[in-house]
Design a binder for this molecule. Sequence first.
Ligand SMILES: CC(C)(COP(=O)(O)OP(=O)(O)OC[C@H]1O[C@@H](n2cnc3c(N)ncnc32)[C@H](O)[C@@H]1OP(=O)(O)O)[C@@H](O)C(=O)NCCC(=O)NCCS
Length: 169
Amino acid sequence: MSTPTEWYRDPYLISTSSSLLQPAAVNEAFKSDSLYWAKPIGESLVKKMLEKSLCFGLYELPSSTSSIAGKSGPRQIGLARLITDEVSFAYLTDVYVLDEFQGKGLGTWLIECLEAHVMKWPELRRIMLLTDHTNKFYEDKLGVKPFPQGVKSGMSIFSRIGLGSVLSD
Ligand SMILES: CC(C)(COP(=O)(O)OP(=O)(O)OC[C@H]1O[C@@H](n2cnc3c(N)ncnc32)[C@H](O)[C@@H]1OP(=O)(O)O)[C@@H](O)C(=O)NCCC(=O)NCCS
């Protein structure tokens, strides 16, 4: 397993360490209406999903040693998950910052860290994601562009939903 990469911005931490990830916290976030593409699933499946992805966990660090006492680690307050071979392709999903932490620049920082990590891969062919077409967040922060279906590139993206999809197509 590769050494985790970490970024600090007091009192927050972004880490690619799989040992810090909190499947129960991620599953709880899946209940939120703002994560319109997700729904809570079995916790063991969330664990597997996270283990098999390159996850950028966002954590709030404890502010004092007394608040550390009795806690097993920092609280997970956000996530950006890449389904990837870590060489040629990465699909970005499950990006969120909990409501109470939004608007502090953490979502922008999360995507900046992810971009700094992934765009170094010398053999990366493409990063992809699916989002609401009115959402400019990823265009602004990650530099992605809508795929020109068949028009300029001569290529189209095809997809098919599965049993677990909460989207209709
Ligand atoms: C999208 C999301 C990850 C951004 O996280 P964040 O920590 O709030 O992001 P930032 O503070 O860096 O702000 C990023 C932009 O979102 C806007 N924003 C942040 N919080 C907001 C809020 N509560 N309401 C409206 N706009 C908000 C900011 O104005 C900012 O825009 P700017 O860069 O043009 O100034 C977060 O809002 C979220 O988790 N949303 C719900 C899940 C979601 O939609 N995920 C993306 C799936 S496509």
